[in-house]
Design a protein around this ligand. Structure first.
Ligand code: F3S
Length: 392
């Protein structure tokens, strides 16, 4: 692998953390056959929740800090295992909270912004088209590659952190133009009326194309919320990190020889049925990926003057929550009996240690992950049905 003079200096750096980070990246580059490194403009650190990384993860982060780790490009943290302020309301144990704080403190010492969100592109970290970045959370990776047109592989925790420290990542995979062409055409004939329909479509496609790059035709219109739902579900049921949508994202060069899939009303219904194991959730969650301000406004409008009879949690970033507070949406949702939580999410908080066994979600990603990661029976349904469930 060819290294520039500066990259070679990093390999020999007096700073052990820089040395370690560059060594890891060179090793990864060799494994993936990269010929050189590429400079990245931002990084996204995953492995923030204590539930995900446990004590070995804390040890790794603390050692990195002691060795002098400091990020050299803007780096944003993924969701943590709890709302960093309202964790007691989530019934998080003191022990878990203490461990979570240790992770956050270590990351802060490295200069990582504790954004604790999977949607940094909604309020701060918006890459440019063709910009190389090193992001780690799969839905954000998919959004950055597909909707924004930036370039990132799906990084792991240590590789994203190493990229953050060195400002480099091995140039392979989706950093290369030749790897950014579609592999399948997906003809969509089903109606897509709610973000859950986009989640159902994504979940169905991800299982079939795995780490392929689907090109969707027939979707018509889709906004930011719909696209983040679609990409998140494909990244969860499969490993899709780049997709195309006719007339919305960049157009691929050639699609005539690709394998074709068709998603109609029958496939949509089958996906809802497949992802549903219980019709009676004890807790309904929104915000996977983290809610935008528009999604929170919509939930607030639906709950205005209502009282929830089941638990309802809405997950978002701290930044979007501040807008929701200012606009009075948080107040409306919480007066109805729900909670607007930030810094964490339905999958990376220790929901399996709480009293819940059945959850409702409008997210195709959450519906894929909740049974395995959180031991939950899921109701996968659209926003209207879920709101009806909590206020009935
Ligand atoms: Fe984000 Fe958590 Fe879902 S990280 S995409 S809200 S599983």
């Amino acid at each position: 692998m060819h290294l520039t003079k500066e990259e070679e200096r990093m390999l020999e750096s007096d700073n052990p953390a820089v040395r370690k980070a560059m060594k890891l990246l060179v090793k990864l580059g060799d494994i993936y056959g990269a010929e050189e490194m590429v400079e990245v403009k931002s990084a996204q650190a995953s492995g923030v929740s204590y539930k995900s990384i446990g004590d070995p993860g804390i040890k790794f982060l603390k050692e990195f800090v002691d060795e002098g780790a400091e990020v050299s490009v803007p780096t944003f943290a993924n969701p943590a295992g709890m709302d960093l302020e309202r964790w007691k309301e989530m019934n998080i144990s003191e022990d878990f909270a203490e461990k979570q704080r240790e992770i956050v403190e270590a990351m802060k010492k490295m200069g990582i912004t504790i954004a604790s969100s999977c949607t940094p592109y909604l309020w701060s970290n918006l890459p440019r088209r063709n910009e190389h970045i090193a992001w780690a959370e799969s839905s954000a990776v998919s959004f950055a590659n597909s909707v924004i047109g930036a370039r990132t592989n799906r990084e792991g925790g240590p590789s994203a952190l190493s990229a953050a420290i060195t400002g480099r990542t091995p140039k392979h995979g989706l950093h290369l133009e030749e790897n950014r062409e579609p592999t399948h055409v997906v003809q969509v004939d089903a109606s897509l009326d709610d973000i859950s329909d986009f989640g159902a479509l994504g979940s169905w496609v991800g299982q079939r194309v795995e780490d392929g790059k689907p090109y969707f035709i027939g979707i018509g219109s889709a906004g930011t919320d719909e696209l983040k739902s679609l990409g998140a579900a494909m990244a969860a049921s499969g490993a899709v990190a780049l997709y195309f949508v006719e007339d919305i994202t960049t157009d691929p060069k050639e699609v005539s020889n690709l394998e074709k899939l068709s998603f109609g009303e029958k496939e949509k219904k089958e996906e809802y049925d497949k992802l549903t194991a219980s019709e009676e959730p004890e807790l309904v969650v929104f915000g996977c990926p983290h809610c935008s301000i528009n999604e929170i406004e919509d939930i607030a409008n639906r709950l205005e003057g209502q009282k929830v009879k089941k638990d309802l949690w809405v997950f978002t970033s701290k930044a979007v929550k501040a807008w929701a507070d200012r606009m009075g949406y948080t107040d409306i949702i919480e007066r109805a009996g729900g909670k607007v939580l930030s810094d964490t999410c339905n999958v990376v908080c220790p929901i399996e240690d709480m009293k819940y066994e059945k959850m409702g979600t409008n997210s195709g990603k959450a519906a894929n992950y909740l049974p395995g990661f959180c031991e939950q029976d899921v109701l996968f349904a659209n926003t209207t049905e879920l709101i009806d469930k909590v206020i009935e």
